[in-house]
Design a protein around this ligand. Structure first.
Ligand code: HEC
Length: 353
């Protein structure tokens, strides 16, 4: 009796097997699992085009919720693989339709896994994290605060934010559009994202009149609403010829201005190839009776001096001046600190000595 029962059971199993493909049976051996079977497959074969970076057909396949959401169309009908475009695509023989569009097609086993996953309701763990797009990275998500301009007139202001790191003198700069308004939004990095010792700054520049450019910056770690105060209009340098021979030597005298007391420089360019630059620091200017009094020295006679390096009379030259003030040391390599401010003004003009 028991023997007969056993053989009947065996016969049943055999019948069933002839109706199933060997393939389906091997897959059926254990229920398809999204995390084990589907996610790694799509990650390997689909996500370069359907993931956080690229979304061909507006479709992402890197999270269950997004697969079900679909792209331009719904691509999965849970429980019904025959009406799921996802299956149409991976089984298609039409090369304009087939997915992935390049490389080898999915194997019959892989297709079967997808089919069974869909037919079983396209389930995925509710807690699955949706991978973030690179554009969601914090570096692309600066905080926005307001910078208010003081000491400005009606001229347009361009604001910019910079990051100054300890280990490099490189700046990362965000520009905020120019405009004549009294304030502007500015972009900054959340303080929690800065390394110790790093500072950022918001700066702005304005062109109030003629060739004058004024700029101001404030350094800080924590982005807050800030006020930037531009320095006064720089007074134009008094330019005078000190001697005409053997070389033309000019004197540039700058009135003392508290807003620009740290550093002053002047640059002369005559023709294409001759540039003469002079600069003076605050320490020097306070020692000299004339303050910021920049006189080109007579260098003829200095060994190796080439007279072509000197200016000469009778030809127009372009001068440009720069003045710097504020709490920041003029030495470029000094790291600014929280609360440091810098102010600068430049000017330019033509003169024929
Ligand atoms: C090399 C890039 C590339 C890869 C890899 C790729 N696809 Fe696509 N896919 C596309 C492009 C392009 C489209 C949009 C054009 C179209 O519909 O054919 C698309 C569209 C689709 C659509 C239709 C979307 C809709 O909303 O109608 C589905 C479904 C799809 N892909 C599934 C897959 C699957 C599944 C894989 C991996 C097995 C895959 N794709 C791999 C490029 C790719």
């Amino acid at each position: 009796m028991s023997h007969r029962f056993r053989s009947t059971a065996l016969a049943l199993v055999l019948v069933t097997q002839t109706h199933l493909t060997g393939l389906a049976q091997s897959v059926a051996a254990s229920a398809v699992d999204y995390g084990r079977d589907i996610r790694p497959l799509f990650k390997e074969r689909c996500v370069t085009c359907h993931g956080a970076v690229k979304q061909k057909g507006k479709l992402r396949l890197d999270a269950g919720a997004l697969i079900l959401k679909g792209g331009e169309n719904r691509v999965v009908a849970p429980g019904d693989s025959r009406h799921s475009d996802l299956l149409v695509r991976i089984t298609s023989d039409d090369k304009d339709e087939r997915m992935p569009p390049e490389g080898k097609r999915l194997s019959p086993e892989q297709i079967e896994l997808v089919r069974q996953w869909v037919d079983a309701g396209a389930k995925y763990p509710a807690e699955e994290k949706i991978p973030k797009a690179p554009a969601d990275h914090w570096a692309f998500q600066p905080v926005v605060r307001t910078v208010t301009f003081a000491g400005n007139d009606a001229s347009a202001v361009t604001a910019y934010t910079q990051l100054r790191t300890e280990h490099s003198n490189n700046f990362v700069t965000f520009l905020t559009g120019g405009g004549a308004s009294a304030s502007s939004p500015y972009f900054a990095i959340p303080e929690s994202r800065l390394s110790p010792g790093e500072v950022q700054s918001v700066g702005a520049s304005t062109v109030p009149a003629g060739n004058v450019v004024r700029s101001a910056a404030v350094f800080f770690r924590s982005p807050e609403d800030r006020t930037l105060t531009f320095g006064a209009m720089p007074s134009a340098p008094e330019l005078r010829l000190v001697s005409a021979t053997p070389t033309a030597r000019l004197r540039a005298h700058f009135a003392m201005q508290a807003d620009y007391d740290r550093y002053t420089s002047i640059n002369y360019q005559q023709g294409q190839n001759t540039v003469v630059s002079l600069s003076m620091s605050q320490a020097y200017a306070t020692l000299a009776p004339g303050g910021y009094d920049l006189v080109i020295p007579e260098l003829t006679g200095v060994t190796g001096f080439d007279p072509r390096w000197a200016l000469h009379t009778g030809t127009q030259l372009l001068w440009t001046s720069a003045r710097i003030g504020g709490s920041l040391a003029s030495n470029y390599y000094t790291m600014p600190h929280e609360g440091d401010v810098s102010r600068a003004a430049s000017d330019a003009g033509f003169i024929t000595p």
